[in-house]
Design a protein around this ligand. Structure first.
Ligand code: NDP
Ligand code: 8X3
Length: 257
């Protein structure tokens, strides 16, 4: 297993769910954590606990990945050595609504596309050239089972994750000949704030998503990310498809009544 205690790990969307679980998992390995999200206060609240559990150091900054200007400027202005990212976890993302495509909200579509596709691209464009220059790096993108099988009323969210998959594969091809590695982690249902965000705070509707089954936990996903990035340097884990035993694909679940 590769050591992480001299590594800078940049996690987007670290204020909740899978991103926060990754921060905890990498802290326990002694990594230096560069954490971003819009809710900066939450990141700051988490910092003492991450340091206590072993993080070498933690640097938080507020970032909305939808803003190209913010991404470019804030990443260019990071204090030394935080710009030298070794591991980038492109995790920031969301879904909005569950509606038939022909009467869905255009604003919801734009928010998903701007965050899950364009935001991921902006961050990647700012971070990866440095990895190539330094001859070291690993990019982990958060995909989803939704990217390989579209489900009813979720066409646009599923499309953003299908785009993530294409971007992941394209980036891996474009980095061939460099030591920089690229992995997509594609989880099925994970119980996080994801459904609360999708249903705009409707906790009852969010809880129903996970009713009668055991979903993945954010720690399960963080564990698979940690595994992927700690393989020997010549090994590139291209894709991890990860579901709970109660899920076969985007559409097929084992739900107890
Ligand atoms: P959560 O809602 O729990 O966390 C999402 C994180 O993304 C938050 O930290 C949020 O921070 C951040 N985020 C959202 N929009 C932006 C933005 N514009 N700029 C910066 N950060 C942003 O969801 P999950 O942890 O479940 O989701 C994480 C990733 O995993 C997403 O890409 C999601 O699509 C993917 N995924 C989730 C699955 C699930 O079932 N939960 C399954 C498969 C994939 P803040 O609001 O503070 O900005
Ligand atoms: C999140 C998983 O199936 O709720 O990507 O869309 S799902």
């Amino acid at each position: 297993m590769q050591k992480l205690n001299d590594r800078i790990v940049f996690i987007t969307g670290a204020s909740a769910g899978i991103g926060y679980a990754c921060a905890r998992a990498f802290a326990a390995e002694g990594a230096n954590l560069l954490l971003a999200a819009r809710r900066f206060d939450r990141l700051e609240e988490m910092k003492p606990q991450l340091l206590e559990s072993g993080a070498g150091s933690v640097h938080n900054f507020a970032l909305d990945v939808r803003s190209r200007e913010q991404v470019q400027q804030k990443l260019a202005e990071l204090p030394s050595p935080w710009g030298n990212v070794d591991i980038l976890i492109n995790n920031a993302g969301l879904s909005r609504g569950l509606d038939k495509l022909y009467d869905g909200s255009v604003e919801d579509w734009e928010e998903m596309i701007d965050t899950n596709i364009k935001g991921l691209l902006y961050v990647t464009r700012s971070v990866v050239p440095g990895m190539v220059q330094r001859g070291q790096g690993h990019i982990v993108n958060l995909g989803s089972t939704a990217g390989e099988m579209t489900y009813p009323n979720g066409a646009v969210y599923c499309a953003t994750k299908a785009a993530e998959r294409a971007i992941n594969d394209g980036l891996r091809q474009d980095l061939l000949g460099t030591p920089v590695r690229v992995t997509t982690i594609d989880p099925g249902m994970v119980e996080t704030e994801f459904s609360k965000v999708r249903f705009r705070g409707d906790e009852n509707r969010a809880a129903k998503v996970y009713q009668g089954l055991t979903p993945l936990t954010p720690e399960d996903v963080a564990d698979s990310i940690l595994w992927a990035v700690t393989r020997p340097a010549h090994v590139n884990v291209a894709r991890v498809l990860l579901t709970s035993v109660d899920q076969a694909n985007s559409l097929l679940f084992n739900r107890k009544q």
